[in-house]
Design a protein around this ligand. Sequence first.
Ligand code: A2P
Length: 334
Amino acid sequence: MSLPVVAIVGATGAVGVELIRCLEERNFPLKQLRLLASARSKGKTMRFRGQEIAVEELTEESFRGVDIALFSAGGSISKAYADACVAAGAVMIDNSSAFRMDPDTPLVIPEINPDAVKQHKGIIANPNCSTIIAITPLWPIHRQNRITRLIVSTYQAASGAGAAAMEELEEGTRAYLDRRPFTPSVLPHPYAFNLFSHNARIDPETGYNEEELKLVKETRKIFADPAIRVAATCVRVPVLRAHSEALTVECERPITPAEVRAILETAPGVRVVDDPVRNYFPMPIDASGQGDILAGRIRADLSDPSGRSVCLFVAGDQLLKGAALNAVQIAELL
Ligand code: A2P
């Protein structure tokens, strides 16, 4: 089989840069890498395997000769260019939420449902970052003792809102320390020394925001378990690039923290960081730049006398396992 031509749509963005790095670090076999972004980036070059590659402007013609297109330029770009991409014969791996709940589009975390990739009809969706970071460690638990209910609170980094939001966090922090006035333009609220409920649209029916509802719906689709009950609270915190999440998990049968720890010790894509003696647990600063999701603070849920619930805390790099790494792992399955 000849090596694929790979394109990155949104190559200059926060996830795009990590996609280039993941392809390079994982030695992804490819014939050619094409970098696509908006007209604003025309003339820029980016480094891949020691060579400078010119960024091209994304057009409907961009997909000619492309075998795999990794999209990370937002949902509207994904929707606008999906037809052109698929018509050109390229498989689209989409980081946006545009196609995730489409019944014809597999929603894939390679550690959980790699076989779903085979069902694709041209598009494969990469799940929401908070979903990936929460449920990659939960899958091996679910397989041994079905999870019936998940309560999750997120502490989400700026990177989830793109490179401009990361810059805004840095600039806002500098301004705060210098006692200069600062008006945010990317995110709706001051971010430095603050936190706020995720700025996704609120669904008037449920009162949950769309980020929270993604955790509900995507977990069911990826686990292929429509019965799992999920409640989420999503919050943006002033951290640059790794999300943390507090999880309370209720299983069908009693489960002990020791059992959970043993399961997570051998879980793919997970590293247990759980040291009560030193009070050392998953932190976004340790998760940043790591492919593995850190999991710890494993303890019984004292509010559930049935012994079926456990609590844990996880942290994972939003740009890597939450986005670019997962997408490249999907490409590897192809
Ligand atoms: P550009 O840098 O040329 O604006 P982030 O998620 O970090 O905000 O990055 C968004 C990515 O999507 C960038 O690579 C950006 O390119 C790209 N992008 C935004 N709008 C368009 C567009 N209209 N056509 C192609 N790429 C786009």
